[in-house]
Design a protein around this ligand. Sequence first.
Ligand SMILES: Nc1ncnc2c1ncn2[C@@H]1O[C@H](COP(=O)(O)OP(=O)(O)OP(=O)(O)O)[C@@H](O)[C@H]1O
Length: 316
Amino acid sequence: MTDLTFLPDRTALEAVGLGVKYRRRGWALRDCAFRLPAGRVCALVGPNGAGKSTLLALAAGLRRPDAGRLRVFGGEPADPGVRPRVAYVGQDKPLYPSFTVADTFRMGHELNPGRWDQGVAERLVRAGDIPLDARVGTLSGGQRTRVALALALGKRPGLLLLDEPMSDLDPLVRHEMMAALMAEAAERATTVVLASHVLTELEGACDYLLMVADGRVRLAGEVEDLLSAHRLVMGRYEGEGVPREFATHQVVEARARGRQFTALLRTDGPVAGDWQVSEPSLEEMVLAHLRAPAAPALIAPSAEPRPGFRREVEAA
Ligand SMILES: Nc1ncnc2c1ncn2[C@@H]1O[C@H](COP(=O)(O)OP(=O)(O)OP(=O)(O)O)[C@@H](O)[C@H]1O
């Protein structure tokens, strides 16, 4: 059955008080709380070392939190009932070099009885002109990425976790792979979390955003809601500091270049004065927050963990 709608009442990922501590580094994630409704395609962004891979590894059940809790479809990520519903593709793709592509898919079939979709997997590698009898060890980095993504999609996951898996693809293939992934995800209302630094690529593909910086959640929610909470303001300004008209708003970031003044505001009503005001693009909003790590976090209502889960974690 084709289901193009997202499932707002169902929760794919939910975290409260989530923390991960590495022995030498200290807290890589700290007190993270958020919710990702099922069926969304979520961009996971943040500077290098922000904690994105750590968060994805928790969701994939590859490590356990040191504080708080993360639930995947209401269960523990490592639960036997949850794990088969989750596919994870990281930066390094652990495929067997001596296997052919067909062997790799056979393994996918054996590991995912009753779920495996050979058609989806084959479609993805055929689109890249990769023969099924090619040995994985003889493929280029980009071709191996394609096989790894095909293996993940063949599993027909409810949650697909992608940790910058496409960084070694050329721009054309990257574009084509994103389109193929999104089409497959939409077909089954798969929840996707895609960590990437390529903000322009996320713009059209993602409807949800999770931004982490320094181990904490900075922005979370529907892209549409987050964008409409912000305004990009430009104009000529020769005064000192931040213009008075901005006093009723929250200034995320303000920059002056000569007399040209640009600011990203979290607005409370219209912006007074002679300013050019527009809604920012996803890239403009994220870049401003990356440059302003001290800006207060914004968690949209749909991204707030449910009170019941919060109480449960706090009582534990
Ligand atoms: N195995 C580890 N042991 C110690 N510290 C680690 C380990 N893995 C990650 N870290 C540290 O935890 C922090 C978060 O790392 P993580 O890889 O989750 O960030 P990231 O947002 O994915 O970064 P990038 O965008 O560079 O991939 C970093 O400071 C990193 O050095």
